[in-house]
Ligand binder design. Structure first.
Ligand code: DLZ
Length: 217
């Protein structure tokens, strides 16, 4: 019998014209790396082109809402300046500038594509993101940090998506133990129980929301 959890039978959505951002925390790297892999696998499975997946890392989950906000605004600014200048700029440096960091942390999975998308063409590297996925793993410790960070990040991500009008996928695991995280990242935990990689659900949710959003515009 199928489990009761998960996103259920999802329709298949074509992600081939989408541009998706991923912002992930670096705390609890083993869990994060597996979640990231699952997310990317599902995005590419849905047809999102590798060059249209842009990944940014931040130190911890607390930084996620700000980074998501900056990343989206940078992509909008980049798109606008591309239109006014009539040439391709670099979203990578625009985002890094807005985040106050260097470009070295901003991973681009492939080469830039030509911008100025027409119907049916590949989306270019200067288009605004259609959805952004925020990924983090918070593990409860002996102080109150877990409660404060979980609460503020959840509210922050909701606020960002409603303020900016772009889907932000909630990829924050709020865990009581590391083992819970390993299971939810699809890695065998201490009990050797294979879990389900929640990153796959987040990839699917991003494509679904991004495609739906196209219809609402
Ligand atoms: C400080 C902290 C702690 C204790 N635990 C975690 C965690 O389990 N997962 C996570 O993503 N981040 C953690 N952090 C770091 C905070 O999110 C944040 O990066 C710092 O407080 C700096 O703002």
């Amino acid at each position: 019998m199928a489990g009761i959890k998960g996103i259920g039978e999802a329709r298949t959505y074509d992600g081939s014209s989408l541009r998706i951002g991923i912002v992930h925390a670096r705390w609890n790297t083993k869990i994060i790396d597996a979640l990231l892999q699952g997310t990317i696998a599902e995005l590419t499975n849905a047809g999102v082109k590798q060059e249209n997946i842009v990944i940014q890392s931040v130190p911890g989950s607390y930084e996620l809402p700000f980074a998501v906000q900056r990343m989206y605004v940078a992509s909008q600014t980049q798109a606008a300046s591309h239109i006014s200048r009539g040439g391709a700029g670099s979203l990578i440096s625009a985002t890094a500038d807005l985040l106050g960091g260097s470009t070295s942390d901003l991973t681009k999975l492939s080469k830039e594509t030509p911008s100025g998308k027409k119907d049916g063409e590949t989306k270019g590297s200067t288009a605004p993101f259609d959805a952004i996925i925020a990924i983090g793993a918070l593990i409860k410790g002996s102080t109150m940090h877990f409660e404060y960070i979980s609460d503020s990040v959840s509210h922050g991500l909701m606020k960002v998506q409603l303020d900016l009008g772009v889907p932000v996928i909630f990829g924050l695991l709020t865990l009581l133990t590391e083992e819970q995280g390993l299971e939810r990242a699809g890695i065998a935990g201490a009990t050797e129980k294979e879990g389900h990689n929640h990153g796959e659900d987040w990839g699917k949710a991003a494509v679904e929301l991004a495609v739906m959003q196209g219809g609402w515009r």
